[in-house]
Design a protein around this ligand. Structure first.
Ligand SMILES: [Zn+2]
Length: 251
């Protein structure tokens, strides 16, 4: 009976605390409460950085609980430090409010959230394409195809976080390619002209831009042409010249 009571009490406290914190969240940040092993967790999300991490409330079954902050991502990923910086004050605030709701003295010992690689969101299922050098066959670039629903910066950052290990294992210029523009999918006669949002993530994160396979091929082609130390300009210029004037290109 005590356990049931304490469970219900915890739910009420959690709800009150969540309401209190939820109303005071900074712009661009959302929070949701969800299940976690050994208790519940509050998940924080930023519109530009994607999932920030979570605060776990671990119940010991005797009315006490531990509060643990976890930042999403690999420790070696520079984005993880940015997420931790945003997350730390949110976790401290939530901890304070939960203590207040529970009627216990709050000890402000802001635990720097520890990095947590989100193994539940494996990148294993994302289609990945390696583009090769046509001369030596070595990979020159990587394209990661994001799942349906990847539209905003935060969602692209989620994909980048999940594929960070992949990029460090085999460092290659890497882009995340978002889902195709639905209007283009319905109307474009040529699949090469279907636009989607693209974000560079390796060697560093860059701005989102719109591209299509035919446009993006120029970027890949430039990487292929400059591989193996070949002078790329001569090849491109000759190809271009012969394309616009076959007879002059022969000379
Ligand atoms: Zn090569």
């Amino acid at each position: 009976m005590d356990e049931a009571n304490s469970g219900a009490a915890w739910r009420r406290r959690g709800q009150r605390a969540a309401e209190k914190v939820g109303f005071a969240l900074p712009a661009g940040i959302t929070m949701k409460r969800g299940p976690a092993s050994e208790g519940t967790a509050f998940y924080f999300r930023h519109q530009e950085l994607g999932e920030l991490g979570r605060a776990r409330v671990i119940h010991d079954g005797r009315g006490h609980s531990r509060f643990v902050g976890e930042v999403a991502g690999d420790e070696a990923d520079p984005q993880t430090a940015k997420r931790a910086e945003l997350l730390a004050p949110l976790i401290e605030r939530l901890h304070h409010v939960l203590d207040e709701a529970a009627g216990v003295a709050h000890v402000p010992a802001p635990p720097l959230p520890t990095p947590r690689t989100m193994t539940s969101e494996s990148s294993g299922r994302l289609p990945i394409k390696l583009m090769q050098c046509e001369r030596c066959g070595k990979p020159v670039a990587r394209l990661i195809f994001a799942p349906t629903g990847t539209h905003g910066r935060g969602e692209f950052e989620d994909v980048a976080r999940m594929t960070f290990a992949l990029c460090t294992e085999q460092p290659l210029p890497t882009w995340i390619v978002g889902p195709g523009n639905p209007v283009d999918i319905l109307t474009a006669a040529d699949p090469m002209e279907i636009r989607s949002m693209v974000m560079p993530i390796w060697p560093e994160h860059g701005a989102l831009f719109e591209s299509s396979p035919s446009q993006f091929n120029c970027t890949i082609r430039a990487l292929q042409d400059s591989h193996c130390g070949q002078p790329p300009k001569a090849i491109v210029i000759r190809a271009f010249a012969s394309a616009i004037s076959p007879t002059r290109g022969e000379r």
